[in-house]
Design a binder for this molecule. Structure first.
Ligand SMILES: *[C@@H]1O[C@H](CO)[C@@H](O)[C@H](O)[C@H]1NC(C)=O
Ligand SMILES: *[C@@H]1O[C@H](CO)[C@@H](O)[C@H](O)[C@H]1NC(C)=O
Length: 216
């Protein structure tokens, strides 16, 4: 009798855990040791955690990403001054860099997510300026009252050069919504496991209330 009850409890627990699999939860039911797993970036944006930690630094503050540290929208309004992963010189491999917000308009209700904050393809070595810019950098503009959003940087290895002639027309800074980097990766033969990744979190600040401030 005890055994049977225990078994049913196990089944109920299992179904609860499985049911939450693809839902944005706060706190999320993240499973695993990697920061991307613990914070449900796996599976919200990608199926596998990055192999290495991406180094990202903003100036003039000097602030760096620390896998989920909270930064202010004013700190991240301009593109980071340094984005580094292990590839330093061009050895024939090209890379894609993306920044996504899976929490738009909020983590509880991500109906417009993921937001495409930055997308550069065909990067040689570590030199972002050598790549083809498909989506210009956007800082953090979480709406007032929507809590912390995750802003996720990932670098993917490409299998070859991506032809951007026809792709450019599909990307416009006026439409950043519902961009799934995992679908882009599959469509363009990127390694499905990011080579490197890192993320910060940010919530609304008074800085965003100033109408003169435009972040594109
Ligand atoms: C932001 O939200 C807070 C709390 O709801 C509210 O008191 C404040 O007026 C809002 N500010 C703006 C500029 O919307
Ligand atoms: C906006 O971008 C998304 C993702 O790239 C795309 O699926 C959607 O069709 C675009 N919407 C419009 C109105 O262009």
């Amino acid at each position: 009798m005890m055994k049977t009850t225990g078994f049913f409890c196990f089944l109920i627990l299992l179904s609860v855990a499985c049911g939450q699999d693809h839902v944005n939860q706060v706190p999320c039911p993240g499973v695993g040791d990697n920061a991307f797993q613990k914070n449900c970036i796996v599976p919200d944006l990608v199926a596998q955690a990055p192999k290495e930690v991406l180094k990202v630094q903003y100036l003039p503050s000097g602030l760096t990403l620390q896998n989920g540290n909270e930064l202010k929208p004013e700190d991240v309004k301009d593109a980071p001054s340094a984005v580094q992963w292990t590839s330093t010189s061009y050895d024939g491999i090209l890379y894609t860099l993306s920044k996504s917000d899976p929490d738009a308009s909020s983590r509880q209700s991500p109906t417009r997510a993921p937001i495409n904050h930055w997308l550069i393809v065909n990067i040689r070595g570590n030199d972002l300026s050598s790549g083809d810019l498909l989506m210009p950098y956007g800082g953090a503009r979480p709406p007032n009252g929507t809590g912390l959003h995750r802003y996720v940087f990932m670098v993917f290895k490409q299998a070859g050069r991506i032809d951007v002639t026809d792709l450019r027309s599909q990307f416009s800074p006026t439409n950043r919504t519902k961009f799934e980097i995992k679908n882009f990766a599959a469509a363009h033969n990127l390694d499905p496991q990011p080579l490197a990744g890192n993320f910060y979190q940010a919530k609304w600040s008074e800085f965003l209330a100033v109408p003169a401030v435009k972040i594109t």
